[in-house]
Ligand binder design. Structure first.
Ligand code: TXA
Ligand code: MG
Length: 322
């Protein structure tokens, strides 16, 4: 944490410094053509956890991953015909495509909140492209505002919300589109508009050559709530929350120094040192590993309701009530 993040005008030196900070796991706010993004190295789970911490998001909603070019996206997800057509027509630009993750990708589980899909876009902004090239890695970024505030279109907006929570704010003037990207997911190969945005649905329909359905909005408090495609990750095993110890036959998801030691199979500790950033980064992969061990139930230690603990507990509670 720094007292006040420097706002740096776009320059080669600013890009170089911003890229170095990202690679060190720090947060950098940067311009895109839609809105300013709050960026972190998408391959670093703890860096991604700091995004949620900085925004004060009470939930882990999945994030958009920004890549330099289409070929970088092709390494991360599986493209079918229709998404490929859309990508070729609208990238770089304000279109996000949600596609199944390719096996062996290095994107942190927290980025897609444990889902098997990944939301990707290639931004059309010289500063964003320069940063992606210099950092030489995918950048996860939600809009650079506090949770519940509107998306920022200038560096000053970002500074007002997050000035004390980011390492640097890269300034390239006002965002030109000023509206978030359109988000398209696929259900049995059919495109579904999950969020209206910078690319009009008519333009998407014309290029897709197939109908593009508009998803009904979830009656969720979140204005950005995507349609049912974004159903959250749920383990098969039952979760028993606020446990002191595992019972016979239960797996153990610990937090803090108490409880059984980690064995990496049926007993995992999210953070023996009670670090919520470390715990958030580990949460989804830990649930997956424990679930894969075939147990009926997973006993989960108490996680404090502070900072990132709110989002961690939100996920655990949703996974527990099924
Ligand atoms: O224009 C934009 O899209 C900006 C700039 C910074 O790129 N970003 C942005 O991110 O608006 P954010 O976090 O505010 O919105 C991301 C949206 C959320 O509604 C999220 O649920 C959806 O993307 N999303 C991300 N991954 C998803 C997935 N795997 N499945 C469904 N929806 C997903
Ligand atoms: Mg947003």
């Amino acid at each position: 944490m720094v007292a006040r993040a420097p706002i740096r005008k776009l320059s080669d030196a600013a890009i170089r410094d911003a890229a170095a900070m990202l690679r060190f796991g720090h947060l950098v706010a940067f311009p895109t053509e839609t809105v300013y993004g709050l960026g972190a190295d998408a391959t670093n789970g703890e860096a991604v956890a700091r995004i949620f911490e900085a925004k004060g998001r009470p939930r882990f909603n999945p994030l958009i991953v920004h890549v330099l070019r289409l070929d970088r996206a092709e390494a991360l997800v599986r493209f079918d015909d229709v998404p490929l057509k859309l990508a070729k027509a609208f990238w770089p630009g304000p279109l996000t495509l949600v596609m199944p993750k390719a096996p062996g990708g290095r994107i942190a589980d927290l980025v897609s909140a444990g889902l098997e899909t990944l939301a990707l876009r290639v931004p059309a902004h010289a500063a964003a492209s320069a940063l992606l090239a210099a950092a030489d890695r995918p950048i996860a970024a939600p809009s650079a505002n506090l949770s519940g505030h509107v998306s920022p279109t200038t560096a000053e907006h970002v500074a007002a919300d997050l000035g004390d929570r980011v390492a640097m704010i890269l300034d390239a003037g006002p965002a030109t589109v000023g509206l978030e990207s359109s988000i398209v997911g696929f259900e049995d190969g059919e495109p579904v508009l999950l969020r209206a945005g910078g690319v009009p649905v008519e333009a998407l329909r014309e290029v897709a050559g197939v109908p593009v359905r508009v998803a009904a909005h979830e009656t969720d408090a979140s204005p950005n709530a995507p349609g049912r495609l974004a159903s959250h990750y749920a383990p098969r095993a039952r979760l028993r929350l606020n446990a002191d110890l595992p019972r016979e036959g239960e797996a153990w998801l610990g937090f803090g120094p108490a409880g059984p030691e980690e064995d990496g199979v049926g007993r995992i500790n999210l953070s023996p040192g009670s670090d919520l950033v470390e715990a958030a980064a580990k949460l989804f992969s830990a649930l997956r590993t424990l679930d894969a061990s075939g147990v009926e139930a997973i006993a989960v230690a108490v996680v404090p309701e502070t900072g990132l603990g709110l989002a961690i507990n939100d996920r655990l509670r949703r996974a527990a009530v099924r």
